[in-house]
Design a protein around this ligand. Structure first.
Ligand code: FES
Ligand code: FES
Length: 185
């Protein structure tokens, strides 16, 4: 007989209780509906149920930013959000940033132009986070960009080039230590 103290998740991993919850999302501009166990994170839904493996699982507990996606245009760590909480929301992942004709988002192009990645594992989260950062409008200089991107870790240490790429798209005045890619406005 199961008691209140019995764990819902066994050591062998989550077991479905049969109490799946129907949810609907707009994923990269397309409707997506599914019945999902209530403990499934948005990250696992995206990767394991929607084949959006551009979203990366790093720490799985809100420390690295690799899982960053846009929810209604705002950046969220998808590993920290239950999929059922996102019901009805518009979600954009790295796969949804390019235009329909394949033209890259300016941030994607800037990351290429500035060699802003090495292994690339953190890159989808970095770019999604940067896309939201620009929309937020709080970054006024390079140091702001560095600070407001601090939730996204890059273990390869590509930070300088990542910042260069974002600053380039924002058309902020480069500081002396970075290689200017454009004439200052
Ligand atoms: Fe979500 Fe690290 S995987 S913050
Ligand atoms: Fe490798 Fe960022 S490019 S972790």
């Amino acid at each position: 007989m199961q008691t209140q103290a019995d764990p819902v998740v066994s050591q062998a991993g989550p077991a479905s209780t049969g109490a799946r919850i129907p949810i609907w999302l707009e994923l990269n501009g397309r409707p997506f509906d599914i019945e999902i166990d209530p403990w499934v994170t948005l990250l696992d839904l995206l990767r394991e149920h929607a084949d959006l493996t551009g979203v990366k699982k790093g720490c799985d507990h809100g420390q690295c930013g690799a899982c960053t996606v846009l929810l209604e245009g705002k950046r969220v760590n998808s590993c920290l959000m239950l999929a059922v909480v996102a019901d009805g929301a518009k979600i954009t992942t790295i796969e949804g940033l390019a235009a329909a004709d394949g033209t890259l988002d300016p941030l994607q192009q800037a990351f290429i132009d500035h060699d802003a990645f090495q292994c690339g594992y953190c890159t989808p989260g970095q770019i999604c986070s940067a896309r939201a950062l620009i929309s937020e409008g709080r970054a006024k200089c390079r140091d702001d960009v560095r600070q407001l991107m601090s939730g996204n870790l890059c273990r390869c240490g590509a930070y300088s080039n990542i910042t260069d790429a974002i600053v380039d798209v924002m058309q902020l005045r480069p500081q002396p230590q970075s290689q200017p890619r454009k004439a200052a406005p």
